[in-house]
Design a protein around this ligand. Structure first.
Ligand SMILES: [Zn+2]
Ligand SMILES: [Zn+2]
Length: 196
């Protein structure tokens, strides 16, 4: 075994396999795995209650580094309109590729086997998650529709009030001006009617 670069320790190791069993590597490994598990735990909490938000490019464009696969993964999932928080992470953790590289990673690094399942999401879990996401998206659309409806009603009500006010002004002006006395006291645009 020659020299190789250890991604966990971020350094080149010269003692081959011995490095994996060494204190330094094992403590770095534990740290990396613990941090990783924390992220997955956070995502797992939303499995039953997905967090959906309006897409925000300053907040939702996040990635994380999957040590098992040795690649960058999108943390959230978005269609440019809505974002499912942690959706990318959960999806990645459920892929067969991730499962395979996790087994390999654990084996190669002699990591604690008890922790392995914590960074793998089962197919059943993601299926349930998708159902929940669909439900949340549906209520989101309903809420949005309701908001638009409320806004439309508000505009209609304002329009009606404006119309009523205009009508009452016309009435006051016409009555006043027809009698020859312009006593509405308002800078009434309709005053010219009486002059015509
Ligand atoms: Zn190492
Ligand atoms: Zn992975």
């Amino acid at each position: 075994m020659g020299a190789y670069y250890c991604a966990i320790c971020r350094q080149t190791a010269f003692n081959g396999k011995g490095h994996i069993f060494g204190k330094h590597h094992q403590s770095r490994l534990r740290l990396v795995i613990m941090k990783f598990i924390e992220k997955v735990k956070e995502a797992r909490r939303t499995l039953k209650k997905p967090e959906v938000e309006k897409f925000d490019c300053t907040q939702h464009k996040k990635t994380f580094w999957c040590y098992c696969c040795g690649q960058e993964v999108e943390r959230n999932v978005s269609d440019g309109n809505m974002t499912v928080l942690h959706g990318g992470l959960l999806e990645h953790m459920a892929t067969p590729e991730h499962r395979k590289s996790t087994h390999k990673f654990w084996w190669e690094n002699k990591a604690d086997p008890k922790l392995k399942d914590k960074v793998i999401i089962t197919h059943e879990e993601t299926q349930r998650f998708k159902v929940e996401v669909a439900k949340v998206l549906e209520t989101f659309v309903e809420q949005e529709d309701e908001f638009i409806k409320q806004q439309a009603e508000l505009i209609r009500a304002q329009e009606k009030r404006r119309q009523e006010l205009l009508e009452s002004l016309v009435e006051v002006c016409f009555q006043g001006c027809n009698g020859g006395i312009h006593h509405c006291g308002l800078d009434c645009q309709l005053a010219y009617f009486s002059d015509a």
